[in-house]
Design a binder for this molecule. Structure first.
Ligand SMILES: *Cc1c(COP(=O)(O)O)cnc(C)c1O
Length: 489
């Protein structure tokens, strides 16, 4: 499988094979990596997948995108990434049927049973295995530098903590994360994990990461990389659970292979739902992919109006589903590229317009030469639909799910359930993706239910574990000094 950039055409777009793009961020032209073609899964193959345990299913999907790694190796890496010890059950991502609403079976796909209680573990655990394998093969090391407001940083640290070829330098805003999130990250004691708490907010952390990354010489010398949400291997690893969810629904509801199923996806950076789009493009019979946003509704606005208008920090609200407080969805470019029919020139033109004016519009007049209206027609027939929720909607949904099904869900999952319910169709299961466990966002659960969220066993005393974190200023020189002192080489 070859990979191409979303912003060029022909030979200029070529980015190499899977191993070439695994460790790279952006393409040279600023675009993102996309597979040159989407592997197809026919109904017979899909049927055969239904007998596979999760790690084997993962290897089936991943081996079609990572054709430059031996299948036996992928089998082994997937088996190491998706274990009962890490995910709590052999199912890895269990499907829980809830009830029938308006004739549609409603179910939850549990993606948050991994080490950090959020769905990011699903991809990050596989990414850790892939990094370790490729780096060891090449005799190289990687020092991951990142900024986190919570979920991504801890998922990365838990995935890399036992790796020899990788270290992690993770910046977090001092005093801005929940006690649970802090304890989760800072209690790690492995010497290759470096928690740096910055006196500032998340954007300040992000700016420091950008400043270090912009120093290309420093970046190359200390082998600095990232694990951000634009990494293709993360998208690829997430495709697996759409297959898993589909096959489980076929089994539970007595459907035939080929019958349609819908998914509702709490969305921020558009990575999760884009993985669903890839699954659909591979031939998985998905009826609707529901893009659920909170008050930060850039994506909902786009799917309703055809206008993609990114927002600044001032227009980005702090909500009770904080991992979706995003006003510029990094992976969205991949979707638009697909909607233009893999036209890198058209995509580049749209992103130029975005850079100049802060928005672009697909429905109607756009000042470039691409067949824009075709692109909008493609969006309309892509199966992606959208909606948004408010804090009150989330509280109501959490209460309703608890009262109706005795099931406590977190605020992000509540966004997905609330919006997913608007797209129910008789006979078509609606699978709502659970992207975090409620224990991670206790305050809102307390507000909604008047009692705390249940904690998974083993984490009862998380906050009393010894913590290992270093406070630093908004000081790029200081950060570089720390990296130079401790980076793997
Ligand atoms: C990251 C995250 C999301 C958003 O996922 P994207 O792939 O960025 O759209 C939703 N919910 C939770 C709990 C998350 O951590």
């Amino acid at each position: 499988m070859n990979y191409i950039s979303t912003r060029s055409t022909g030979a200029a777009a070529q980015m190499g094979g899977f191993q070439d793009i695994l460790l790279e961020g952006l393409a040279q032209d600023g675009g993102l990596a996309m597979p040159a073609s989407i592997p197809q899964i026919d109904r017979t193959t899909l049927d055969a997948f239904s007998k596979q345990p999760y790690p084997a299913l993962a290897a089936e999907i991943i081996s079609r995108f990572a054709t430059d790694i031996d299948r036996a190796v992928i089998d082994r890496l997937a088996a190491q990434a998706y274990t009962v010890e890490k995910f709590g059950s052999a199912e890895i991502a269990p499907l829980t049927p809830l009830g029938i609403e308006q004739g549609a079976p409603l179910a939850i796909l549990e993606l948050s049973n991994g080490p950090t209680l959020a769905f990011k573990d699903m991809a990050m655990q596989m990414l850790g295995q892939l990094f370790e394998y490729v780096l060891t093969q090449r005799g190289e090391k990687l020092n991951i530098l990142g900024a986190t407001s919570g979920d991504t940083g801890s998922a990365a640290e838990y995935a890399m903590r036992d790796k020899h070829a990788v270290s992690v330098f993770m910046l977090s805003p001092q005093g801005r994360m929940s006690a649970f999130q802090r304890a989760q990250m800072y209690s790690l004691q492995e010497p290759n994990i470096h928690n740096l708490a910055v006196a500032g907010v998340f954007d300040d952390c992000q700016d420091m990461v950008k400043a270090v990354s912009a120093d290309l010489e420093f970046k190359a010398k200390w082998r600095i990389g990232t694990v951000n949400s634009i990494n293709w291997a993360r998208i690829m690893s997430q495709v697996v659970y759409y297959f898993k969810g589909y096959l489980a629904a076929v089994h539970v509801y007595g459907l035939k292979i080929g019958d349609p199923v819908s998914f509702s996806v709490p969305s921020g950076n558009f990575g999760n739902v884009f993985s669903g789009f890839i699954a659909k493009s591979m031939g998985l019979p998905i009826a609707k992919l529901v893009v659920a946003t909170n008050e930060n509704d850039v994506l909902d606005e786009f799917f309703r109006t055809g206008v993609y208008r990114v927002r600044g920090a001032k227009e980005t609200y702090q909500t009770s589903s904080p991992s979706m407080d995003i006003s510029k969805a990094s992976n969205f470019e991949r979707f638009i590229f697909a909607m233009t029919g893999n036209d890198g020139a058209a995509t580049a033109a749209l992103w130029r317009e975005l850079a100049q004016t802060g928005q672009f519009k697909l429905s109607g007049t756009v000042s470039n030469t691409s067949p824009v209206s075709d692109t909008w027609r493609n969006v309309k027939s892509s199966g992606l639909v959208s909606g948004k929720s408010t804090h009150q909607n989330r509280l109501d949904t959490i209460r309703d799910m608890d009262a109706r099904y005795r099931r406590v869900i977190d605020t992000h999952t509540a966004d997905g359930v609330f919006v997913g319910r608007k797209y129910l169709e008789p006979g078509v299961p609606m699978i709502c993706l659970e992207t975090a466990l409620p224990a991670k966002f206790e305050e809102t659960i307390l507000e909604a239910l008047g009692r705390p969220a249940p904690r998974p066993s083993g984490l009862e005393h998380l906050e009393s574990l010894p913590q290992r974190v270093e406070n630093i200023g908004q000081d790029v020189a200081q950060l570089k000094h720390i990296i130079a002192e401790r980076a793997l080489r």
